[in-house]
Each structure stands twice: as C-alpha cells, then as structure tokens.
Design a protein around this ligand. Sequence first.
Ligand SMILES: Cc1cc2nc3c(=O)[nH]c(=O)nc-3n(C[C@H](O)[C@H](O)[C@H](O)COP(=O)(O)OP(=O)(O)OC[C@H]3O[C@@H](n4cnc5c(N)ncnc54)[C@H](O)[C@@H]3O)c2cc1C
Length: 539
Amino acid sequence: MSLLDRREALGLSALTLAGALSNSATSFAGASLPSGLSGDRFKAALKDLRLIVGDAWVFADPEAILPYEKSYIPDPQGRHIPCGAVCPASTEEVQAILRVAGQYGLPLWPISTGKNMGYGSATPATPGQMILDLKRMNRILHVDPDLATALVEPGVTYQQLSDYLAEHNIPLWIDVPTVGPIVGPVGNTLDRGVGYTPYGDHFMFQCGMEVVLADGQILKTGMGSLPQSTTWQAFKWGYGPYLDGLFTQSNFGVVTKMGLWLMPKPPVYKPFMVRHHKMEDIGPLVEAMRPLRIAQLIPNCVLMMGAAYQLSMFKRRSDVWDGEGPISDEAVAKAAKANELGMWNSYFALYGTEEMVAAIEPVTTAALRASGGDVLTEREMNGNPWFHHHETLMRGGLNLDEIGMVRWKGAGGGLAWFAPVAPAKGEETKAQTDLAKQILGKYGFDYTAAWVIGWRELHHICALLYDRSDPEEHARADQCYNELVVSFAKKGWGSYRTGVSSMDLVAKQFGETNRNVNQALKRALDPKGIIAPGKSGIM
Ligand SMILES: Cc1cc2nc3c(=O)[nH]c(=O)nc-3n(C[C@H](O)[C@H](O)[C@H](O)COP(=O)(O)OP(=O)(O)OC[C@H]3O[C@@H](n4cnc5c(N)ncnc54)[C@H](O)[C@@H]3O)c2cc1C
C-alpha cells in the first residue's frame, strides 16, 4: 500500500493531502512545516531533539507520523497535519525540548494520551506543528487513600489508575469519560472533559498542577510552590490569583503532573433509567431534573440521551433507516421501542448508605414520574446493553461500547462533537434541540445528541456523524458544523469545547476583549508562540 493509499484508508482524502502540502510554506518528506522554518533548520532541530530523548523517540518520516494524523473531525483542506512527534520521558526532557523549540521556532502541540476523539484526536490546530507526545510519562506518583487524592503524569490512563486502586485494594472510585480505558485524566481534564459519577466535572475535582512554561521554567500551582508543601493535592486555590484554569483549553504551558480527587466507594450504589417517549419531553424532563441536581439530591452528572444517539452505539444507520435525508422521528421511535428505549433516556444514580438511598429515592422518582417518565431500575432493565453501559459509567467503570457510534454512517468514521451550553431550563433546552435538529437536517445529518446536566447548566452534546470517506459529505459536514457554531452564538449559546478545525471560529463568538486578554496572556507567557498555536483560537 502506498503512503497515499494508507492516508486514504485513514480517512485523509487525496484532496486533504494535496491541501496539506499546498498550505505549507515548506515541506519535509511530504509533511508541511510551520511557516518560517526551512527544511534544513527543521533537520537541525530534529538532531537536537534526538540528543534529548534518543533516536527512537523522535518521528518525522511520513509513515511514522501517520498515527498522529488520524482524526474523525471534518478537515477537508487537510489543515491539521503535524510535521513530526517527539516523546519525552521526564519533566527535565520536556524543559529541554521547549528550549530547543524556542531556539528554532518549532511549534509543539502537547498531548497526554492523544485520544481527543471527535475534537481532533492528536492533531494540531494549525499545520506543521510537532506533536509533544507525553505518553511515556505514565507514572502514578502518589495515591493518598485517606485524603482520596492522586498525583499522576500525563500518560496515565484511567484503566491504569483503576488497576492501581484494585491491585492496592484502595476503596476509591475514579470518574471516567465514556472512552475511559484508552484515555487519561490529564488530557481529559485539561480539555475540561466530563464523566458521570458525582465527580463528573473533572476540572472541579482537579487539585494542583506542575507546568513547564515556554522558557523551560517549572511552575507548581496551588499549594505546590511551597517547598515542603503537604497540601498540594488537598487545597485547590493556593494563595493569590488562582492559576490552574489558565492551563486548561489553552496554550500557556505544558502540564507534566496533575492532582485529582477520587471518590470514596459508597456502601450502596443504585442506578436508574428514566424513559420519556416524545421528543418534546426534553423540556419537562429538564424542569424536573434541575431542582434535583441543584439540591444535590441527584449527585451525579446525569446523561439524558436522545434515542438516535443511543441507537448509534450498537446499530448501523442502515438497520434503522433506508430513506432519504435525516432519519425520521418515527423511524427512531420505532427502533427505540424495539430496544426498550424511549425518545429520551436519562441515567442517574443514588449513592450512600441504605438509609440515605431509601430516603432520597422516593423524592427523585416521584418528580421524574410527574414529568412523564417511566422510572426503571436494574430489576426491569437487567440485560439491556444501554442500561448496562450507563450503569457502568455512573460507578466510574470502564467500557468502550460508545465508540461504535463512529460506524453509524458509511465506512469513513466521521464524528465531530458540537457542544453548546444551555442553562438548565426546559424552554431553552427544547429551543436548542429544535435548532440543532433543523440545521443538521438541512445538511442531511441526523440529530444524534445527548444532554449532560451539571448543576445549573447542560452540555448539549451533538454528535455530527458523517462518512469521512465521501469527499462531498466530508465538506458538507464541515459547513454544517460552522453553521451550527454561528447560529447558536447568535442566540447567545456558546460551545464549552470544540475541535481543532473550529477553534478560531468558536473563539470569535466570544468577542474581541476576550480574545485580546487571551492573546496578552500568551504574549506574556510564550512570546515566541511555541506552545500549541491556534489552541482555543489563541496564536
Ligand atoms: C465515542 C466517544 C465518547 C466520548 N465520550 C466522552 C465523554 O464522556 N467525556 C469527555 O470529556 N470526552 C469524551 N470523548 C472525547 C475524548 O475522546 C475524551 O475527552 C478524551 O479523554 C480526550 O482525549 P485524551 O484524554 O487522550 O486527551 P489528549 O488528547 O491527550 O488531550 C486533549 C487536549 O488537551 C491538551 N493537552 C493534553 N495534554 C496536555 C498537557 N500535558 N499540557 C498541555 N495541554 C495538554 C491538548 O490541546 C490536547 O489536544 C468521547 C469521544 C468519543 C469518540
């Protein structure tokens, strides 16, 4: 198979490759280089990087960097192809790499486990960046069973952390995103990802970072800067301005250690499913859920899953729909019913002692029944794969079922998350659902979406599923995504997170002052623009 064929197989069309080459000022062995860096200077930089990490851990030939190019998001012009990758094994090596990168003007795109799937995976926001792959830094540095805290390096996966707790018989739970086994807490938290236990807002439960700045200095946030600190993982805020947020969804530093809080395993865990049967039920459902979440009667991040999203996990689109255009509500409802699902399927859980759960259960279930839902438990849903999947997630269990959704349409594996935020109000939730459905439908795509309720807001997680191997559909998905971003912003709804191909567009919606402040911080902390140019629209 030629290199071109392999790129095609990975979902990079000939157009993509041609675009990548034409976009670059210079190229090296077929990969684009950042503007201003000649092939000779790039080769010299590679030589210096090899002196730091060893020959085996610097990749620049096109075959070796293919794994870093694989992405699900729309990229019809091939603007997100890296020029190579470097894999350090320690904080000291990261410091040395940043110094070399500064010297040559070589931009570095840091990744932890590099599986930011549906947001660009490991690919950079602008062409020709070198991936700074931190997978070799994968030590669990400390777990404190009494304080229920952990300190980990970027390459640690959730699977590794879970195995560690099991091996050491520590009765603490982790909280995982849906693709937990293959991703890790550092990358997920730095992109402000979510999971589904009461510790689901990962940045809220993060405590203390070690950050390498662009000039190679090391900053420890929170209480970590005190030489003999014993509270680095126990107290988030430290003294003076709170800095940790600056290093999430940003390009102001490279995080080399991160603290997080773990959840004590409760004596009783009881999962529930609530089934609503009509699309318009999303309004009353959210109205019923909001007070339960704000009062913490339901303590976990609740997923309210649309039926088409649920079906996409275990079915192919062709099993459910052979008509033209987006799948109809009737076809979704029919397939949902055949699989014991409703049009909305919400998953929540109660945690505590027998007495606590017994006291709270009637309050929560009565409110949700009053909103028109059937409230179901393990007794009724035992053996149902969707219930099993969500029951696993809400206790921090590891499960990869959901990845099946990238096969919903065609063979090309196309997925882009459009993730606007809504206040936890029924009317606005319904309005967002209608708008997303209308725009997706206009471009021929299905409304495969879910809502995750935090305390006072919801993340509206719309999976734009398309066939990446079809160039026309690929380009259409890109246009559709852009229209979603702009149309939602006009209504006052911004995204909580986005993929590398839409970072600038999303940043624009937040206005000039916001952009200028971010840019001023960037100039102060990374004047040469070495770390991840383009991340969140910041150059
Ligand atoms: C089917 C499916 C389901 C998913 N479900 C969820 C879900 O439930 N919740 C969720 O949050 N996501 C979900 N995702 C999206 C994504 O796969 C996860 O968020 C994943 O955890 C991110 O990848 P990662 O952990 O490997 O992070 P990485 O890819 O390593 O990092 C993410 C980004 O953070 C920055 N970064 C990473 N490390 C560093 C560092 N050390 N220093 C500075 N910056 C850094 C980079 O910009 C990087 O691109 C899902 C994806 C799919 C396909």
